[in-house]
Design a binder for this molecule. Sequence first.
Ligand SMILES: [Zn+2]
Length: 84
Amino acid sequence: MQDKLNEFANEIVCPTCGSKTVSKVKYTWWGGVLGPKLLHHTKCDDCKYTFNSKTGKSNTPGIIMYSVVLFVVAFAVFFFIRTM
Ligand SMILES: [Zn+2]
């Protein structure tokens, strides 16, 4: 268990195809610059699969959550400005 964790910390491997040629995503349409940073968004260069480099799982639930939070915040700000 401990060895596996260390291994993963040193080397990020694509969870679907096992490729080591992965790169950090700097910008996405859903999260701008901050979103992918918060979710450790990583993209596999071989199969184009995107995942969370910290958990090794798909980031889809995180992306949905991020979008919802962003939408709620935008909505709240919009109403706050309107009521001023
Ligand atoms: Zn891959």
